[in-house]
Design a protein around this ligand. Structure first.
Ligand SMILES: [Zn+2]
Ligand SMILES: [Zn+2]
Length: 337
């Protein structure tokens, strides 16, 4: 079978490898579609400290079951599934309280272990989510980044009629904004890259702020009648943006930190106390795939509009290079096998 292998940073190619043999607890999946994620690009650049090499990238993976044993979900050969890519140990404290997304021994496919940019993958049978025929193959991988956005929204307990400011108009930030709208909230998307904000506006996100062009805090004040957003989701990972969340959020507001900064951010903790803020980390997702699939199936999240390009399997290496050089040109690129 064909495999997209990252031999080391900046060295990516399509190679031949044997089809994996599955363990009895695993299913063999014929990969039909995969999304290229910012974290795959970070792995290519050698900027993700969690990635070891050589590595097969890809954690946004959908496919058809090729082989599976009898299982409690009733999944069978030929079923369409998306992979839950967050492999957890099942016996640490977070796993014991069903928060396996932050398992102490978490292994993410495409990061810590080989991922899904290949024609077949063996994956734990109990980490497959069934997908209805109403969603086309090309769109299914989008459910994975949607779960990350959903997790941030669930962590902040976003409600109807609240304002939510989102730092970073990449895939996660944009999906957070789009899904926030379906929750009846009013998203405000913030990014320094004008192209990304323009793409977001075209997708119906009315309120966008570019802090290079506009002073951020007065702009937020004006949009929220002086109150400031009740919820802030940090999806950029930029130190300044992380620091800004404390000023951006309302008194008694909630903040979710989703982005991964490269270095420490110093924060005035007195402000956290003064405003009595709830600040939470938001890592990966837990039990959110079904909701993501529903949002795709109902059309509330329009995958066709978000995915800017579809490529073939053999085009992955060139596209990874292109995305590394020109991230602003694309929203989401999906591979169809
Ligand atoms: Zn991803
Ligand atoms: Zn665990």
């Amino acid at each position: 079978m064909r495999v997209t292998a990252l031999q080391k940073p900046k060295e990516i190619s399509t190679i031949e490898a044997p089809v994996p043999t599955r363990k009895p607890s695993e299913a063999l999946i014929r990969v039909r579609a995969a999304g290229i994620c910012g974290s795959d690009i970070a792995a290519y650049r050698g900027m993700n400290p969690l990635v070891s090499y050589p590595r097969v990238i890809g954690h946004e993976v959908a496919g058809e079951i090729e082989e599976i044993d009898q299982n409690s979900q009733g999944l069978k050969k030929g079923d369409r599934v998306i992979l839950d890519p967050y492999l957890y140990c099942g016996h640490c404290y977070p796993c014991s309280i069903k928060r396996n997304n932050c398992c102490e021994n978490l292994k993410v496919i495409g990061v810590h272990v080989d991922g899904g940019m290949k024609e077949f993958i063996a994956h734990p049978a109990d980490m497959l989510i069934s997908v209805p025929d109403t969603i086309s193959w090309a769109h299914i991988p989008l459910a994975e980044p949607m779960t990350i956005a959903l997790h941030a929204l669930h962590r902040t307990k976003l409600k109807n009629n609240e304002y939510i400011a989102i730092n970073g108009a990449g895939t996660i930030g944009l999906l957070t904004a789009i899904i926030a709208k379906t929750y009846g909230a009013e998203p405000i998307l913030i990014d320094l890259v004008e192209e990304r904000l323009a793409m977001s506006r075209a997708l119906g996100i009315v309120h966008t702020i570019n802090p290079i062009k506009q002073r951020l805090l007065p702009a937020l004040q004006a949009l929220t009648d002086g109150r400031m957003p009740e919820v802030v989701v940090e999806a950029s990972g930029a130190n300044q943006a992380i620091r800004n969340t404390l000023d951006m959020v309302s008194y008694a507001g909630r903040i979710a930190l989703t982005g991964w900064p490269k270095s420490e951010t110093s924060m005035p903790t007195d402000l956290i106390t003064k405003k009595e803020l709830d600040i939470c980390g938001s890592r990966n997702s837990a039990g959110e795939f079904e909701e993501a699939i529903r949002l795709l199936s109902s059309g509330e999240v329009n995958a066709q509009a978000i995915i800017s390009q579809y490529i073939t399997f053999d085009e992955i290496p060139d596209m990874v290079e292109e995305l590394s050089d020109h991230p602003e040109r694309y929203l989401k690129v999906n591979v169809l096998l």
